[in-house]
Design a protein around this ligand. Sequence first.
Ligand code: G3H
Length: 254
Amino acid sequence: MAGANGRRFFVGGNWKMNYSKAISDVVNKALNNTKDVDVEIVCAPPALFIQEFVASKPAHVEVAAQNCYLAKDGAFTGEISPEMVKEAGCAWVILGHSERRTLFHEDDDFLKKKIDYVLNKTDVNVIACIGETLQEREAGKTNEVVERQVKAYQEKIANDQYSRVVIAYEPVWAIGTGKVATPQQAQDVHEHLRQFIGKNATADVAKSIRIIYGGSVNGANCKELAQKPDIDGFLVGGASLKPEFEQICKARQN
Ligand SMILES: O=C[C@H](O)COP(=O)(O)O
């Protein structure tokens, strides 16, 4: 069920390169306590453990891959295809995470091709990440950077495909640092993005697209962030592996 603004709250848990049986047990315990919560929950374990998680997770939780390539199969050592992601039980894939951009040199042009492939060749949904570095923020370039990044994705998203896309705004300086953006800082960027996305698509898209925030979200700061009108959920790293993930999934509840 969607919220008053028509957008269903969305919480993603990005496990990154972290896995153990103990972590999986902790997450499943937290998730089992979210069955009656009106929120879309999507967890992204490392690729090798997707099928194990699919077999153990509660039914209301969806699964994402943390990345994929842009072909069905072939000589692409180390990669997995969107089709394989789907076959393993994922309804979602995360694209363009800042760690992929920075450590693995994925740029807007490459990500544009990836989102094109995923949306047009499969029915896998996309969590499309964007976000500025500290240097870019301090130089007053936040809007310029996120506009460039989101526009690259938008070039390949047809108006009727936006329901399959969630935009994750993750300021790089807030990821894994404990320095969460203030609710107002995040709201300002989300509001700007919503208007910008609408200009490149339609007013209906602007109204319905879900824009989630990521960067040091935890059980203590999630409620205040969740009150902001343009924050439609979270992409959570570290805290998605802990019992507090339950509270984060419940951030919009009274
Ligand atoms: O994908 C999640 C983000 O990178 C946030 O990670 P974090 O919650 O550990 O800061």
